[in-house]
Design a protein around this ligand. Structure first.
Ligand SMILES: NC(=O)c1ccc[n+]([C@@H]2O[C@H](COP(=O)([O-])OP(=O)(O)OC[C@H]3O[C@@H](n4cnc5c(N)ncnc54)[C@H](OP(=O)(O)O)[C@@H]3O)[C@@H](O)[C@H]2O)c1
Length: 297
């Protein structure tokens, strides 16, 4: 099968499309014929060799966590899913023609494979940070970096829970944030004042890692009311960094419910082929993705 792989850490040019052995579904896993793979910033962070987890990456390594596709192998002990089912979920080395998933759900009606590949990681992250920051119905949440994948999910889940959101994004994404029910402002000079004018802030999320932790603490008045997923220096200001994934099956179940009720939609900014994985990484690293980028197999 074809698979995107890298043999050394480095820039996008280390990515190669190679011929590889097909993986197989071990106990508790399924294998899918991949139809689309989500491109997440963590994919290029791992490719660069950034230390992200307790387990070192073994080289050569495949790329990708999120995917959608058609089940073609069901591992021992797995129930409730059959060969031929259309699923989306999380696994490893998903930039490939076949991939093994460790968490999955059946795709809701009406969702394309291309769209479905964009949801798993961003919905898990969005649910985790909304819970961790402790924001309640009737309160206002400030989201710095609101138009990306995680931001798009946070805005829609918060709206569904009766939370008012003030989002920051670039000029080109102001109408997009408003279309998701948020109050919007840009993140350039004077943004703190503009946020104040939009309303009192009860809690804040840093999703962009753009060096705004002090301002977020100032706006909420309490470091415990701020969470970052993108600034490793956040704890220096007493702010929690959230980096350990929660339950992906729970997140997928919630995503299916929200998508089915028309309450959640992550737009696909652009699709690429497997051979264009390096271009997808370059575009993702530029830091201005609306929704998600995906590779289509
Ligand atoms: N710790 C964790 O568990 C975890 C989980 C998921 C993601 N992450 C990290 O969280 C970050 C966001 O992930 P993502 O998937 O949502 O990324 P993404 O889809 O690439 O979105 C990035 C967003 O940041 C916005 N942005 C760029 N510069 C900004 C600035 N100066 N101020 C405010 N916003 C700015 C962009 O908005 P405009 O285009 O409008 O400029 C863009 O929409 C990434 O760094 C990722 O690695 C961490």
């Amino acid at each position: 099968m074809k698979k995107v792989s890298f043999a050394e850490f480095g820039g996008p040019d280390v990515l190669q499309l190679i011929d590889a052995e097909e993986p197989h579904a071990g106990p508790g896993r399924i294998r899918i014929a991949v139809r689309a793979a989500g491109v997440n910033p963590v994919d290029w962070r791992i490719r660069e060799g950034q230390v992200l987890g307790a387990h070192p990456i073994e080289l050569p390594s495949g790329v990708g966590l999120d995917a959608s596709g058609v089940v073609d192998e069901v591992g021992e002990g797995v129930e409730g899913v059959e060969v031929g089912d259309r699923v989306f979920g999380e696994g490893s080395s998903t930039y490939a023609e076949f991939a093994v998933l460790s968490a999955w759900a059946r795709m809701p009606e009406g969702l394309t494979f291309e769209e479905a590949a964009g949801y798993p990681s961003v919905v898990e992250t969005a649910l985790r940070v909304i819970r961790a920051v402790g924001v309640q119905s009737g309160q206002t949440l400030l989201v710095s970096g609101a138009s990306g994948g995680v931001g798009s999910a946070v805005l829609q889940i918060a709206r569904e829970r009766g939370i008012t959101v003030i989002g920051t994004a670039g000029a080109a994404n102001q109408d997009y944030l408003r279309s998701l029910g948020a109050l919007a402002t840009t993140y350039d000079e004077g943004w703190v004042e503009r946020v104040r004018e939009l309303g009192h802030v009860d809690a804040a999320l840093d999703l962009a890692g753009s060096g705004v932790i002090r301002e977020l603490v100032e706006l909420t008045g309490d470091a415990q009311k701020v969470i970052s997923i993108a600034d490793l220096d956040a704890p220096e200001c007493g702010v929690r960094f959230s980096g350990v994934a929660g339950s992906v099956p729970e997140a997928l179940a919630e995503a299916v419910g929200l998508i089915s009720r028309g309450k959640l939609r992550i737009p696909v900014e652009k699709s690429y082929t497997l051979a264009e994985a390096a271009a997808a990484h370059i575009d993702s690293q530029a830091g201005h993705t609306r929704g998600r980028r995906v590779l289509v197999v």
